[in-house]
Design a protein around this ligand. Structure first.
Ligand SMILES: [Fe+2]
Ligand SMILES: [Fe+2]
Length: 329
């Protein structure tokens, strides 16, 4: 397996292996020096969240990534994944929505953290654009990125969407690594992006708790209704495939729900849904493990995954008639 230093070794001012290892470690491990609890709504919590986001920044540069040459089979596997248009556009939209929301809030700490998050989304878009260019992946034209009319709604949609996508992407990524269908250099290149999404949803979960705790109590019911609305919108959005036509008149079908349904494209390992859910849960725990346990983690998608595992167990039990109630009947 190539090390990070090998990947950057073509650069005249390539950072040393030690530097890369330190930066990578610091992006994954962070604890607040503040003693005692970090309660959402307090200055201590808010400052810790902003500091975590600053201190764990990974300064990799998309423009220097040396994309590995791929054999025809791997190249075909990568270029035919139904995700590239939607992935590039999602990062572009995320940058715009996060920047718009950051511009709207007054608190300097949260403004700083959210602006940095917007910048990192743009860097993800750059990484993807470089990959698309390197492997000549045909793309549909990008739609214009329009400032959202309802900035808070757009930020909530992006934030919750990242919580769902990142959770499943963690599992798929681990699966792809185990299956060995993609070259290790590519896996290594996307590893910091994956960890960055973990930091993003850590920020979102703590922003959400801070926002809830610091808003006037009379605004809270309307806000909670909006949160429910966002989840309904996301469920609806993920039921469909997006279709678009490129400059050559070719139709592009993009899977809005690839992170949930993409296991078959990422691996030749036969994996059942409950096993995949367990892998996502394990990877989710592993990626969050290095961050201060007093900071909140996203909970809804892991809870859905646990419910699916439990449901599958009960269903398996009913089918094999191993339930005491069923066998007694
Ligand atoms: Fe991103
Ligand atoms: Fe993100």
């Amino acid at each position: 397996m190539k090390s990070l230093a090998d990947i950057y070794s073509h650069l005249p001012d390539a950072p040393s292996e030690k530097t890369l290892e330190r930066v990578d470690y610091e992006a994954r491990h962070w604890s607040s020096p503040i003693k005692g609890p970090l309660k959402p709504g307090t200055e201590e919590h808010k400052k810790a969240v902003a500091q975590m986001f600053r201190d764990t920044f990974n300064p990799y540069k998309p423009s220097v990534i040396d994309w590995p040459e791929l054999d025809p089979e791997t190249l075909h596997r990568i270029t035919s994944l139904p995700i590239w248009d939607i992935a590039v556009q999602t990062e572009g939209k995320a940058r715009l929505r996060m920047a718009a929301y950051a511009a709207m809030i007054d608190d300097p700490d949260m403004k700083d953290a959210l602006s940095r998050n917007a910048w990192e989304e743009n860097r993800h878009k750059e990484v993807l654009s470089k990959l698309v260019e390197a492997y000549k992946i045909p793309m549909a034209p990008e739609p214009p990125y329009v400032e959202p009319k309802d900035t808070e709604w757009a930020y909530l949609v992006t934030g919750f969407s990242e919580c769902v996508d990142s959770f499943f992407a963690f599992g798929l990524f681990a699966l792809a690594e185990r299956a060995g269908l993609f070259p290790m250099e590519l896996i290594e290149t996307f590893e910091p992006v994956m960890q960055e999404e973990c930091r993003h949803i850590l920020l979102f979960a703590n922003w959400l708790a801070w926002h809830r705790a610091s808003m006037p109590f009379w605004k809270r019911p309307w806000f909670e209704l909006r949160v429910i609305g966002v989840w309904i919108f996301l469920a609806y959005e993920r039921m469909g495939l997006a279709r678009s036509i490129d400059d050559n008149g070719e139709e592009h079908t993009q899977d809005n729900n690839f992170t949930v349904t993409g296991a078959k494209d990422m691996t030749n390992i036969d994996i059942k849904v409950p096993e995949l859910m367990q892998l996502c849960l394990d990877e989710n725990d592993r990626r969050f493990a290095g961050y201060d346990p007093r900071l909140l983690r996203p909970t809804t998608t892991p809870a859905i995954a646990r419910a699916i595992i439990k449901g599958a167990k009960i269903w398996g039990c009913v089918k094999s008639k191993c339930c005491p109630a069923k066998s007694a009947a």
